[in-house]
Design a protein around this ligand. Structure first.
Ligand SMILES: Cc1cc2nc3c(=O)[nH]c(=O)nc-3n(C[C@H](O)[C@H](O)[C@H](O)COP(=O)(O)O)c2cc1C
Length: 210
């Protein structure tokens, strides 16, 4: 059987360009296996990082700690709203139970670095998160980044022992989508790609491998 390299590349690009989120409540088992999770983290580690600064770390929520995470979500809700209703507290607890695998993605930014502004550090962490989400989809899993004000509460920060220069950016929920994906229309490349000078035009070079 002949395998077309161009076909494989096109399929990979289609996979990457077709990335979409699956809400945590629609993620079921199986979650990525240990070697697959390892692969996701390796892709995240391949993100560009100026000066080799590592601007993120990831905490895996151990499955047996889900009840403790439910307690933590409830405590964070209470901290945000001293008069939170029983319903709101129950909703907060429920959110911690969704998705078979949860990772907490933490951004580490160093103010006052002589060469690398915080903006670049945030961009680098974002690239790592994007790589992880893309890799999950390439492996056939569903994923979604989810955050919320609770991540900034003091109970949450202290439960995850965050340093002052760290901020929990989001959870990454991972698993298998329980149903088909809703089709998503993405913007055309021209919506974000322009020329400089604006009046210039480009003759496209012959396509590689054409
Ligand atoms: C760091 C981060 C945190 C996010 N937090 C939430 C969230 O709490 N709730 C939510 O509905 N979407 C959140 N999103 C957006 C979703 O993850 C998702 O990207 C969005 O719904 C668009 O869907 P798509 O990824 O399929 O394009 C977050 C995205 C990022 C990058």
């Amino acid at each position: 059987m002949t395998v077309s390299l161009t076909g494989i590349r096109e399929a990979l690009i289609a996979q990457l360009a077709g990335r979409h989120s699956t809400p945590p409540r629609r993620l079921v088992a199986p979650a990525p296996s240990e070697p697959e999770l390892d692969a996701l983290i390796r892709v995240a580690l391949a993100a560009p990082a100026h000066g080799g600064l590592r601007n993120f770390r990831i905490i895996r929520i151990v499955e047996t700690a889900r009840p403790a995470l439910c307690d933590l979500f409830e405590a964070a809700e209470r901290e945000m709203d001293l008069e939170a209703s029983e319903e709101a507290l129950a909703r907060a607890r429920e959110k911690a139970g969704h998705a078979p695998l949860l990772l907490l993605f933490i951004v580490r930014a160093f103010e006052g670095h002589p060469d690398i502004p915080v903006l670049e550090q945030h961009a680098s962490a974002g690239a790592a998160l994007g790589g992880l989400l893309h890799a999950a989809q390439v492996l056939g899993y569903g994923a979604m980044a989810v955050s919320g004000h609770k991540l900034s509460t003091s109970v949450f920060r202290s439960a995850f022992a965050l340093d002052p220069h760290e901020q929990a950016l989001c959870f990454v929920a991972l698993g298998t989508p329980s149903g088909p994906a809703r089709s998503k229309v993405r913007e055309a490349p021209e919506t974000v790609l322009s020329l400089w000078p604006a009046a210039a035009s480009v003759n496209h070079p012959a396509e590689k491998n054409a």
